[in-house]
Design a binder for this molecule. Structure first.
Ligand code: NAD
Length: 265
């Protein structure tokens, strides 16, 4: 019996990186998981691999192609999951994007792109998951991916930081509003995690002249980590599975930092 056996979960941004690791960890602990991503083909691959590992354990796995900024697609993803698993218990709003620019070069396009996925995408994901949970009358859990950028503003990534502060306030507002339906809303805040997002950020920072060689930005950015190294996605999933499990039932409105001691706030 796993920690989340029989729970029906959706993870967005699950084609790769942190989202994929969250999904894999949930499946390993007995949950039914929909791997959802704008990259539908890669989400399907992630789901297929998780399914193969779950063979014989009873956990069900599916996938969905979804743009989290499109409400109709988000509704379809939830309907698909309910069709496959019979209900929705846990919704991870994890899909996220970044595109560094020097502060004075930030454009409306850059702002709208990042705030759209990280901010509006989180809001729509919370609302539509909550509507399903309210209709079921079962309560549920909504879990949002915040960041160390939810606690401090960093240069070259201002819209990203603003969007991740938005995730914190949405978590608090949602927790207050949805408590009456027995829906908890929590979040977790990774520090520097070695994923393809960071590889892209590293390249972008070189392009805008903020760093000179590959890996430099990550080294400088993470030099203050008390644990002495950057995270792997697997460093995050003990906490995410906890947040999806009954063990966290009395927590709501909170963000858990998982940054190796990088930001002590
Ligand atoms: P990643 O880029 O490796 O993965 C993000 C996934 O989100 C991708 O598969 C991408 O296709 C998907 N996605 C992007 N836009 C989407 C959309 N509109 N609809 C649906 N899916 C979409 O990134 P990651 O490092 O795994 O990050 C996952 C989450 O963790 C993000 O919210 C990110 O901001 C956050 N985070 C990452 C770090 C880090 O250091 N990597 C640190 C703190 C927080």
């Amino acid at each position: 019996m796993g920690r989340v056996s029989g729970r029906s979960c959706i993870v967005t941004g699950a084609a790769r990186g942190i989202g994929r690791a969250i999904g894999d960890a949930l499946v390993a602990e007995g949950a039914d998981v929909c791997f959802a991503d704008i990259n539908g083909a890669q989400a399907a691959e992630a789901a297929k691999a998780a399914k193969a590992r779950a063979e014989g354990q009873g956990a069900k796995v599916t996938h969905a192609a979804v743009d989290v900024t499109d409400r109709a697609q988000v509704r379809d993803m939830i309907a698909h999951t309910v069709d496959a698993f019979g209900k929705l218990d846990v919704k991870f709003n994890n899909a996220g994007v970044n595109k560094p620019l020097n502060f004075l070069d930030v454009t409306e396009e850059n702002w709208n792109f990042i705030m759209g996925v990280n901010g509006l995408g989180c809001l729509i994901g919370m609302q539509e998951a909550a509507r399903q949970m309210i209709a079921q009358g079962t309560g549920g859990k909504i879990i949002n991916t915040a960041s160390i950028a939810s606690r401090q503003g960093f240069d070259n990534v201002a819209p990203y930081c603003a969007s991740k502060w938005a995730v914190v306030s949405l978590t608090q507002s949602g927790a207050r509003d949805l408590a009456k339906h027995d829906i908890t809303v929590t979040g977790f805040a990774p520090g520097v995690v070695a994923t393809e997002m960071w590889e892209e950020v590293d390249r972008d920072l070189m392009e805008i002249g903020a760093s000179e060689r590959p890996g430099q930005a990550m080294e400088e950015f993470s030099s203050e980590i008390l644990k002495g190294r950057v995270a792997r996605p697997e460093d995050i999933t003990g906490t995410t599975t906890f947040l999806a499990s009954k063990d966290s039932d009395y927590m709501t409105g909170q963000i858990v930092m998982i940054d190796g001691g990088m930001t002590l706030v």
